[in-house]
Design a protein around this ligand. Structure first.
Ligand code: AP5
Ligand code: MG
Ligand code: ZN
Length: 217
């Protein structure tokens, strides 16, 4: 299966992706995670990406499409993959179509997780991530058992630097203008499934399973 997870910042793409990739045995490809790894490693890509991410803007399409091209042409993606946070502009969606056509394949499904805008700010400002394994928590909605400690690996939790309220507001504006048009793009292609993201995490997972023709609870 070749799946795209669409949704606004904070919609729950990463949270659902963590579980979905285990159930479906797919590589999880998150451009945001790839940029954060490059920033931690101090590479040129990381330096460039950081200058955009800190302002809540998108990293230029050429850069982002380039890293996706390298990643999905690797052997572990031959049978399928889960894209989280890519594409998020029409140009990226068209570039992905071209890449997949060159590989003589196409997308299986696009899952759009929707959450009312007023909920997204609380989700993002209360998010905490594990420094070691990247697991995602929320101070209120998905709290770790021990404050500031990852349940999975014992790592330290931190707040993403782009989760400050001012940057969050900018990310949501960028989503509306540049990414929301992808909903119509994939609807026209008959690939879109609407998922209600405004319900508990495990119920969102059930709806995702139904859209993919999987029975799990
Ligand atoms: P990226 O890391 O992709 O961030 P994003 O798209 O803004 O999305 P988030 O990761 O913030 O949200 P999410 O949907 O994954 O939500 P999560 O599951 O964490 O991108 C960061 C930056 O990188 C971009 O701004 C851009 O600069 C750059 N970038 C990345 N990709 C790019 C591209 N393709 N092109 C150009 N630039 C790119 O959940 C959020 C919170 O809510 C968590 O605390 C979670 O615990 C909680 N939560 C989740 N589900 C629920 C639920 N059902 N109920 C209650 N709480 C929930
Ligand atoms: Mg994410
Ligand atoms: Zn961890």
């Amino acid at each position: 299966m070749k799946i795209v997870l669409l949704g606004a910042p904070g919609a729950g793409k990463g949270t659902q992706a963590e579980v979905l990739v285990k159930k479906l045995f797919l590589p999880h490809i998150s451009t945001g995670d790839m940029f954060r790894a490059a920033i931690s490693a101090g590479t040129d890509l990381g330096l460039e990406a950081k200058s955009y991410m800190d302002k809540g803007q998108l990293v230029p399409d050429e850069v982002t499409v380039g890293i996706i091209k390298d990643r999905i042409s690797q052997a572990d993606c031959r049978e399928g993959f889960l894209l989280d946070g890519f594409p998020r502009t029409l140009a990226q969606a068209e570039a992905l179509d071209t890449l997949l056509a060159e590989m003589k394949t196409s997308l299986t499904a696009v899952l759009n997780i929707s959450v009312p805008a007023d909920r997204l700010i609380t989700r993002l400002t209360g998010r905490r991530m594990c420094r070691q394994c990247g697991a995602i928590y929320h101070l209120l909605y998905n709290a770790p058992q021990k404050e500031n400690v990852c349940d999975v690996c014992g790592g330290e939790l931190y707040q993403r630097s782009d989760d400050k309220e001012e940057t969050v507001r900018n990310r949501l504006k960028v989503y509306e203008t540049q990414t929301a048009p992808l909903i119509a793009y994939y609807q026209e292609k008959g690939l879109l499934h609407e998922i209600n993201g405004d319900q508990p995490i495990n119920e969102v997972m059930v709806e995702l399973g139904q859209a993919l023709g999987q029975k799990w609870s």
